[in-house]
Design a protein around this ligand. Structure first.
Ligand code: NAD
Length: 255
């Protein structure tokens, strides 16, 4: 078996949250191209565009619509994935939101929604994934989507910074507890990516120019930029990587 075979995900099942657009779509399609069937989860009633791309990649796609601000759907997501594909091997917690406001004016609702989706539901998805991997005796891969604000403070985004800082250290904790079960918990910290999440930033000429000027790679990232890291962390090529957050940021953190 050659090195590239280690990256194949044939026959694996991946649960991907927030798969309908942006980074989640890029990750879902990339996992499918590597051979995995995808059980996508998202808030929208459908994720047809992602479904089409995955069909083209040659694997199966099932979609489950759920509001992940509550952790209530988590057991049903796993039941659905097991019903569709019989086992779960990869869990990608990508769904996430950001709320911007001056911190002195920040509301409880903007705190709770972001923490609940980005951190609380993410935790219970990881827990459900680990329980399933242990039950299967197969091990498995957990990939959490972190942020530059897992490392930096940011500005006007207090609940986002708290949630993404939590994602990084929580991923380390889970890696410590679950590595003996051949479960790899890791994270990807995207830099500034051109998705709906950053539409407001990109529309603001001054902020956009300031951001671009600080990115060594000189451009916004794309969903394809994170896809390679996701396939790697989902694969046997990353079996000895535990609790690490890989930055995919065009060099932003290196400055
Ligand atoms: P996006 O807004 O395009 O996509 C977010 C996804 O999450 C969508 O599919 C959406 O349906 C889903 N989602 C939102 N609220 C949900 C809810 N209540 N229940 C279920 N699903 C919900 O943003 P994106 O840029 O693709 O972001 C994906 C992840 O990457 C997020 O965790 C985000 O914080 C992170 N991230 C993005 C950037 C960036 O620059 N775009 C940078 C760092 C981290």
């Amino acid at each position: 078996m050659g090195i590239l075979d280690l990256f194949r995900l044939d026959g694996k099942t991946a649960i991907v949250t927030g798969c309908g657009r942006g980074l989640g779509q890029g990750i879902g399609v990339a996992l499918a191209e590597a051979g995995a069937n995808v059980f996508g989860v998202g808030q929208a009633p459908q994720a047809d565009a992602t479904g089409e791309l995955i069909k083209k990649a040659g694997t199966k796609f099932e979609y489950f619509s759920a509001d992940l601000v509550s952790r209530e759907p988590v057991p049903r997501i796993f039941e659905g994935a097991l019903q569709a594909f019989g086992h779960v091997d990869i869990v990608v917690n990508n769904a996430g939101i950001i709320k911007r406001n001056d911190t002195v004016d920040f509301t409880e609702a903007d705190w709770d929604d972001v923490i609940n989706l980005n951190l609380k539901t993410l935790f219970f998805m990881c827990q459900a994934g680990a329980r399933q991997f242990i039950k299967q005796g197969t091990g498995g891969k957990i990939i959490n989507i972190a942020s530059m604000l897992s490392f930096q403070g940011g500005i006007r985004v207090p609940s986002y910074t708290a949630s993404k800082g939590g994602v990084r250290t929580l991923t380390m904790l889970m890696a410590n507890e679950w590595a003996p079960y051949h479960i790899n918990a890791n994270a990807i910290a995207p830099g500034y990516m051109a998705t709906d999440n950053t539409e407001a930033l990109r529309a603001d000429k001054d902020r956009s120019a300031a951001i671009l000027g600080r990115i060594p790679a000189g451009r916004w990232g794309t969903p394809l930029d994170v896809a390679g890291a996701a396939v790697f962390l989902a694969s046997a090529a990353a079996d000895y990587i535990n609790g690490y957050t890989i930055a995919v940021d065009g060099g932003w953190l290196a400055r």
